[in-house]
Design a protein around this ligand. Structure first.
Ligand code: ADP
Length: 735
């Protein structure tokens, strides 16, 4: 190849190399640029990361310093807490879930008196053991093992009940243990010695005060008892004196003495009752009794005042309610007498209604009895209602000032009802009347409960003539229950207009507004309706018995009418009357004279008080009996043997041997003879529980002082043996 060709070839090669170089240089600078950019980005990242690291480091530093501060605070708080726990007087300890002691304050540990074993790590069961083995605790008569078991059982409970323990030094510690979530237990041991001692002192003080109160009440009870004996003498004597010839002035004086004496006796009896309740000397004596009869007896007792005031006393005893219960009849009667007596006292116009309802509970053989005593009297202001059940509380206003009383009646009543497990309340509207209600639960007695008679369709239609709406409602309910159709009329005129042949019986009130019951009977006879049986209802049957038209009527029912009496009378209607059915309305039949085979009835009276002996002797002076006295219980027992009485009146409180002991002795002697002489207790105040144990001591009946001639006669009459002469010419009249 030529030189030129070679040169050209070299030049081309050089140019190519220069181009390649140029290209590589371009690539290199591009790569350099990229590298530069990358380096820049990298250093930026590094810068940022460095800043972040800085921040985190700062934050870490801060957290670290916060933690140090917090730790310092915790330490301070813990120290303070522990310091506080150490300084409190009561024991404080905490245990882990395995019942190991974690820590306890000085008060807690002080009980263990430096025993090194009682330190963190010791178990609770071991602590209990140390308490007993070291004699640190007084567990009384409880056996040690029993105490341990009981305490461990308590400890295992999720919420252990507080427990009071007594230490050897007489300190009382109340243990309060709280189980936490993880099973830890915090134990508090509170020293309650001061409050236990204070409580004991208070209890002792209260007991002393109660004993003083009981002593005061017992003193009052004794005093009233002592005052009653002479008072009974005074009242009894006035009764006898009133039967002697007296001029008007003397009679006035005598009546004043008697009324004042009786009023004083009522007050004394109230005080006595109240003191007895206060002195805890009053207990109930349950026995079987007829509740309906009890109510009627109270109604009868109050009838004279009801009559004098022109009021009407009504009894509405639920027909479906049993009448025989087990309870303390004396106390029930006392409650009723107080409430019904008040209703009569504070009512001057209208009526008093005793309503008895109840809910029998056959499973428990009891009955929830509700009694309401409604009156139309002066009522009680709302602001006074809350006070009347308190002691000596009477409503002090003009309307009340006219009424006497001690203000103890309702307090006694409330306490008696509470004693019987019942409750009492009152609703009242001033000027309209009051309603006192009480309820109690009484066991039903096992005897036969009254069953309404089966009239066998004889009295299909009965007409009731009665002006008082409440009484009309009660009677029509009672008669409707027997299946009779009932027509009610409010006056005699209305009855005469409504009467027709369908009526089989006319039940008529005696005191109608337009005519009395007997006048109605006379009109009926004049109208040719004399065959229609007429039964007259009256609160004062004596007036009717003496009336010339008495023979026109079938019979008289005394108001308030005992349900049993009404039923018996209805059943007897239409049947031929037996003499016994006639007897209640026909008391005039004379008994035969004493025959040769008969002897005089012997009556023994055991009575230490001369005044009372005199009263009794005078009261029976008209009776054909042989009366002998014994001055104390020993004499009574002797006379029982020597005199062989047919009846004994026995005073209860007598010297040497009291009436109960004497009767018990007589009953013991009678076991040999097989005889049983009726013994009648003479008590100062039977209603208020003086009858306690009287009947159980073998006495058959009791009479309360001041003695009443009528009741004494009744006792003699009912207990006269058949072989004795009649004691009175007209025996039927005596009662
Ligand atoms: P007192 O011996 O005065 O009757 P109570 O304790 O029986 O004592 O009654 C307290 C008071 O309650 C009576 O004084 C009377 O003010 C009032 N009170 C009781 N019952 C009635 C009633 N049925 N109507 C109006 N007030 C009554």
């Amino acid at each position: 190849m030529s030189l030129a060709g070679k040169l050209a070839q070299e030049r081309r090669a050089r140019l190519a190399a220069e181009r390649l170089l140029e290209m590589k240089q371009t690539e290199l600078s591009a790569a350099n640029r990229k590298l530069g950019l990358h380096a820049m980005a990298l250093s930026k990242r590094i810068g940022e990361t460095q800043a972040e690291v800085e921040t985190v480091r700062d934050e870490n530093e801060k957290v670290k310093s916060d933690l140090t501060v917090a730790n310092a605070k915790i330490e301070v708080a813990e120290r303070r807490l522990w310091h506080s726990i150490q300084t409190i007087q009561d024991g404080f300890a905490f245990f882990d879930e395995e019942s190991r002691l974690i820590g306890a304050n000085a008060a807690y540990l002080s009980v263990f008196d430096g025993l090194e074993e009682v330190a963190p790590g010791v178990t609770y069961p071991r602590i209990l053991e140390i308490l007993t083995t070291e004699g640190l605790i007084d567990i009384g008569s409880e056996p040690t093992s029993g105490w341990h078991d009981r305490m461990l059982q308590r400890w295992a409970m999720p919420h252990p009940q507080p427990e009071v323990i007594r230490l050897w030094n007489g300190h009382y510690i109340k243990l309060i243990d709280q189980r936490g979530h993880g099973g830890d237990v915090v134990s508090l041991a509170l020293n309650i010695t001061a409050s236990v001692r204070h409580e004991a002192e208070l209890t002792a003080a209260r007991e002393r005060a109660e004993a003083a109160n009981r002593a005061k009440s017992a003193f009052l009870a004794n005093m009233s008892h002592e005052i009653r004996t002479p008072m009974n003498g005074i009242v009894g004597m006035t009764e006898l004196m009133s039967e002697t010839p007296l001029d008007e002035e003397q009679r006035l004086y005598l009546n004043t003495i008697r009324n004042s004496g009786e009023a004083l006796l009522v007050i004394i009896n109230d005080v006595l009752d109240y003191s007895k309740i206060e002195a805890d000397k009053l207990t109930l004596h349950p026995e079987q009794f007829d509740f309906e009869r009890c109510i009627l007896e109270v109604a009868m007792l109050l009838q004279p005042s009801v009559r004098d005031k022109g009021l009407t006393l009504l009894v509405d005893y639920d027909l479906f309610l049993p009448t025989l219960f087990v309870g303390d009849p004396g106390r029930v009667r006392q409650v009723l007498t107080n409430l019904v007596g008040n209703a009569v006292k504070f009512t001057s116009k209208g009526h008093v209604l005793i309503r008895v309802t109840g809910v029998p509970n056959p499973d428990a053989q009891t009955c929830d009895v509700h009694v309401a005593i409604e009156d139309t009297g002066i009522g009680i202001d709302q602001d006074k209602v809350g006070h009347i059940f308190g002691e000596f509380n009477q409503v002090e206003d003009e309307r009340n000032r006219a009424f006497e009383g001690t203000g103890l009646g309702l307090a006694i009543t409330k306490r008696l009802i509470t004693l019987m497990g019942g409750s009492i309340w009152v609703d009242s509207e001033p000027g309209q009347g009051s309603c006192f209600g009480f309820r109690f639960s009484l066991p039903t007695a096992e005897g036969p409960q009254p069953v309404p008679p089966d009239l066998q369709g004889r009295l299909r239609h009965v007409m009731i003539v009665e002006d008082l709406a409440a009484n009309r409602a009660i009677l029509s309910k009672q008669l409707g229950r027997l299946g009779s159709q009932v027509t009610v009329c409010a006056s005699g005129r209305e009855a005469l207009d409504a009467l027709d042949d369908s009526v089989n019986l006319l039940l008529c009130d005696h005191d109608l507004p337009d005519m009395d019951g007997l006048e109605l009977a006379v009109i009926l006879k004049d109208r040719g309706m004399g065959d229609l049986p007429v039964v007259v209802m009256s609160a004062n049957p004596g007036v009717i018995h003496a009336h010339p038209a008495r023979h026109l009527i079938e019979g008289v029912l005394q108001k308030p009418i005992p349900r049993a009496e009404l039923y018996a009378r209805l059943q007897a209607l239409g049947r031929t009357k037996s003499p016994s059915e006639l007897a209640p309305d026909d008391p005039g039949s004379n008994k035969p004279e004493c025959s040769e085979t008969q002897r005089i009835m012997r009556v023994l009276a055991a009575e230490d008080n001369r005044t009372n002996q005199l009263i009794l002797r005078k009261m029976v002076k008209d009776l054909n009996i042989d009366l002998r006295f014994a001055g104390n219980g020993i004499e009574a027992v002797q006379e029982h043997q020597d005199f062989d009485p047919d009846l004994i009146f026995m005073d209860i409180s007598m010297p040497k041997m009291d009436g109960k002991q004497a009767t018990a002795e007589i009953r013991r002697r009678e076991i040999e003879t097989g005889r049983h002489v009726p013994v009648v207790a003479l008590t100062a105040h039977a209603m208020a529980g003086d009858d306690q144990g009287i009947l159980s001591a073998g006495l058959d009946h009791y009479l309360t002082k001041p003695l009443q001639k009528r009741k004494i006669h009744q006792m003699v009459l009912t207990n006269k043996p058949d072989d004795c002469c009649p004691v009175i010419a007209e025996e039927g009249r005596a009662d």
